[in-house]
Design a protein around this ligand. Structure first.
Ligand code: AMP
Length: 296
């Protein structure tokens, strides 16, 4: 099963589904397992963590790069989403990825985005946190991930805890639709000050970057308060908001929220494990982060 690290190998770039299926079929005929890492490119060490995990656990590793238009709102950053194909290729090769699937929008949305008629609706997992701030976002995510799963037909697919709500929706989608894929969620990779790596960090000015560590500091504060016995979500959220206002004065809070770790519904009193989540607009970036907090 284990292929071992193939660092320094050449990644094959595939743009069409027929070639992709040939590669996957020949892996399957040899009883080789297939791992998929879906991304929007502009890769960083967070993506690399997913790729390396996929490399360890599968014989054939496929990464996809596709900036999916249907998960962006009309006033979001689709047009200026950062891209650096040469650097991405170097990172993919450095992490031993076998195939880069780089589809066009014509491949992902036959007849164009407006022709898409059947969508995956994410349901109640999308009703809080990023769902209300980004209407249609998770519908776009679930739909494009379902397409990628059908195109690649991986044994395993790797997603980051950094996008906890997305990972939960994809996990639930695989269960609800009996998709034959194991969804693996990988821990968040952070900078030294705790800022979660994100392609969107490239939007931050030096001053904004220096304030961005406040998100992680707020999450850590929440964990400390729960560990010290605080059970009232509103108290904790208030403390976190105060910290964010003082340490990231240029930020605008989208939400600070405490939700049930499984249902993603808000909790007033913390009695079970929760997910503490924040979203903050800082300059041109909208930053999100989260932390699981266990109740002893
Ligand atoms: P993106 O290219 O932003 O769509 O992200 C592709 C995948 O990488 C998603 O599953 C993300 O959750 C994951 N990811 C992004 N940032 C990080 C990070 N800092 N640590 C771990 N995984 C991440």
């Amino acid at each position: 099963m284990q292929a071992g690290l193939k660092k320094g190998s050449v990644v094959e770039i595939v743009e069409d589904v027929a070639t992709l299926r040939e590669r996957v079929l020949s892996a399957r005929c040899g009883r080789r397992s297939v791992g998929l890492v879906p991304t929007m490119g502009y890769l960083h060490a967070g993506h690399r963590r997913l790729l390396e995990r996929a490399r360890r656990e599968n014989d054939l590793v496929i990464a996809s790069i596709y900036v999916n238009p249907t998960q962006f709102g009309p006033n979001e950053d689709l047009g200026r989403y950062p891209r650096d194909f040469d650097r991405d290729t170097a990172i993919l090769e450095g992490s031993g990825t076998d195939i880069l699937f780089r589809p066009s929008t014509a491949t992902m949305y036959p007849g164009g985005v407006d022709a898409q008629s059947v969508w995956i609706e994410p349901g109640p997992l999308a009703s809080h946190l990023c769902g209300p701030s980004r209407p249609g976002h998770f519908r776009g995510v679930a739909t494009v991930v379902a397409k990628l799963f059908n195109m690649v037909q991986p044994d395993r697919a790797y997603f980051g805890q950094k996008d906890a709500q997305q990972s939960a929706i994809v996990t639930r989608m695989a269960l609800d639709l009996a998709l034959p894929v194991e969804v693996v969620v990988v821990e968040t990779v952070r900078e030294d000050d705790g800022l979660a790596l994100s392609s969107r960090n490239a939007y931050l000015s030096a001053e904004e970057r220096s304030q961005a560590g406040a998100l992680f500091a707020a999450l850590q504060l929440a964990r400390r308060l729960v560990q010290a016995g605080e059970r009232d979500s509103a108290e904790i959220v208030g403390e976190m908001q105060r910290l964010l206002h003082s340490c990231a004065p240029d930020g605008r809070i989208d939400y600070v929220s405490i939700v049930d770790a499984n249902t993603f519904q808000p909790v007033e009193r913390i009695e079970r494990d929760v997910l503490v989540a924040v979203a903050v607009y800082l300059g041109k970036a909208r930053l999100i982060d989260n932390m699981m907090v266990e109740v002893a």
